[in-house]
Design a protein around this ligand. Structure first.
Ligand code: FES
Length: 111
């Protein structure tokens, strides 16, 4: 786990309920209320998407919702900025390739 249980200025990490998300189908533990990106990094996952043309990996860059480097497909919806989106128990988070695609069976499929 890549977490900071005690920070010299912010103090101890407050207790939080554990939830489970599924990253590329694999169960991953997360803290309720944290951002998806934080949960992934805490679990050693740093590649969130691959660029459309060069297929280069990307992860967190700005961490404030501005650069879109951290986008992933979340519950079947592509291009979700994971640094500003909170985890939800049972959430599906998938590595995004290129521009991403809407996934069927998620209730969001436009077709
Ligand atoms: S890391 Fe820049 S938008 Fe998420």
């Amino acid at each position: 786990m890549n977490r900071v249980p005690h920070h010299p200025i912010l103090g101890d990490e407050p207790p939080a309920k554990e939830v489970q998300i599924f990253v590329d189908g694999r169960p991953v533990a997360a803290r309720e209320g944290e951002m998806i990106a934080a949960a992934l990094i805490a679990n050693g996952i740093f590649k969130f998407r691959y660029t459309p043309h060069a297929h280069k990996p990307r992860g967190v860059y700005c961490a404030i919702g501005r650069c879109t480097d951290c986008v992933m497909t979340v519950d079947g919806v592509p291009n979700i900025r994971t640094c500003i989106t909170q985890v939800r128990d049972g959430m599906r988070v998938d590595t995004q390739h290129g521009m991403g695609a809407w996934q069927k069976g998620d209730g969001h499929d436009p077709n």
